[in-house]
Design a protein around this ligand. Structure first.
Ligand SMILES: [Zn+2]
Length: 412
């Protein structure tokens, strides 16, 4: 919220040295570019300064064609098409502010929560003009991609898969990144052959509970934020209040936030209510606890898209339609199994047409026990506390306006 001048050096150089977990490798990669390719770093910084000055000129909706390079060493890493579809759906919710958890944005911040007006689709034409699903699968002998060498994932000759032209596609590589790194991006201005984002396969799309708390596809939302010129909300300034993100409506913030704090959360840089905006996609909170970009971030991203990445707006890559994900591909799960009557019902790939998903619980004689209704989304969860019920088998049914799903479970 203060003048950005002088903070740009810090943006690139002051972030490392945090000994604790690090979710995002973007600053590390940018630091490597600073060390080894100063002319590229200069270009990135110039673009950053130019796009800072621009303001919004239109609210037109833009669509960016995507190619997903799945670079896998084993079956688990070779994510299926549905998983990719769920990621595209999450991006289209988050960047259009259609995500059902916007209701969790605290009231003081909700007015600045923005529909970015950018959508994503899987490309329908490859660089030669031939039809493609927009999903490329490449086997690799590489079992783990360490951040220092991970740009190799972008090179066929190095065991990865070459970028498609960055002027026409957003390249997303999905691979097994080193522990602690969920993903990373390069900033606008990086060379075309490394342009794009890299996401750990465990954190791509709607994942299972083993990927919690980074299981809802928001690593990709965050990294595409970087790719469109955003920096972390805390300013990457090594825990001080000197640096900031250059965005007018994100509060100053001391450092990254982990977990899922209660609102409000104040810190040394934002000592007054409403404190820091830890639910911003450009922080490090759990996927289930982030739910917003701001109007200021929207201006920055659209400025980058309309200037530096404008060729994407006239891309000939086309778009594949993602079929509405039908009920037979949806996942209904209950955990823990069995349970003591306190449990969570999770539904994925089951966004409905009526705006809500209805949960109902019955006993085995068909008697209705309890129910709830939630805003429809690709991934919703409902906690239930029925610990007063007698042990036995029960049935949960969910309805999205078109399809029913049901599953039995046991209360011990
Ligand atoms: Zn980041």
């Amino acid at each position: 919220m203060k003048a950005f001048a002088g903070a740009c050096i810090c943006w690139l150089l002051c972030t490392t040295g945090f000994g604790q977990s690090q979710n995002c490798g973007t600053t590390t990669i940018m630091e490597q570019i600073y060390q080894t390719q100063p002319e590229v770093w200069e270009r990135i910084n110039t673009i950053r300064q130019q796009t800072l000055a621009n303001t919004r000129v239109t609210d037109e909706i833009y669509v960016i064609p995507v190619v997903v390079h799945i670079v896998y060493n084993n079956a688990a890493e070779n994510l299926d098409d549905i998983r990719v579809f769920t990621q595209i759906n999450v991006l289209n919710e988050d960047f259009r502010r259609l995500n059902p958890d916007t209701i969790n944005t605290p009231e003081p911040f909700s007015a600045s929560g923005a529909d970015i007006g950018i959508e994503f689709c899987l490309a329908s034409l490859d660089p030669d003009g031939n039809p493609t699903s927009g999903i490329i699968r490449t086997y690799t002998d590489t079992t783990i991609w360490n951040l220092g060498y991970s740009e190799k994932v972008k090179k066929t000759a190095e065991g990865g898969d070459d970028a498609w032209p960055a002027s026409t596609y957003l390249n997303i590589w999905v691979c097994d990144l080193q522990d602690g790194i969920l993903g990373y991006a390069v900033s606008p201005g990086a060379p075309a052959d490394v342009d794009g984002v890299v996401i750990d396969y465990k954190n791509f799309g709607l994942a299972d509970v083993s990927s919690k708390p980074y299981d809802l596809g928001r690593t990709t939302t965050h990294e595409i934020g970087h790719w469109l010129g955003l920096t972390h909300v805390w300013g990457d300034d090594g825990g001080t209040c000197d640096g900031e993100d250059g965005i007018g409506d994100t509060p100053l913030q001391t450092n990254s936030t982990y977990g899922c704090p209660d609102f409000p959360l104040i810190d040394d840089c934002s000592v007054d209510y409403p404190g820091i905006q830890f639910m911003n996609y450009m922080d490090y909170t759990d996927d289930a606890c982030m739910n917003m970009f701001t109007e200021g971030q929207k201006d920055r991203m659209r400025s980058v898209l309309l200037s530096y990445r404008a060729s994407l707006l006239t891309s000939v890559a086309g778009c594949n339609e993602i079929e509405p994900i039908p009920g037979n591909l949806a996942e209904l799960s209950i955990y823990p199994v069995p349970n003591n009557g306190q449990f969570t019902i999770s539904v994925k790939n089951f966004a409905g047409t009526l705006g809500t998903i209805d949960f109902s619980i019955y006993n085995t004689t068909g008697q209705y026990i309890s129910g709830a209704s939630m805003a429809s989304g690709n991934n919703v969860a409902q906690y239930a506390d029925l610990s007063g019920l007698p042990p036995g088998t029960y049935v949960v049914t969910v309805f999205n306006g078109t399809y029913f799903l049901s599953k039995t479970f046991i209360i011990m």
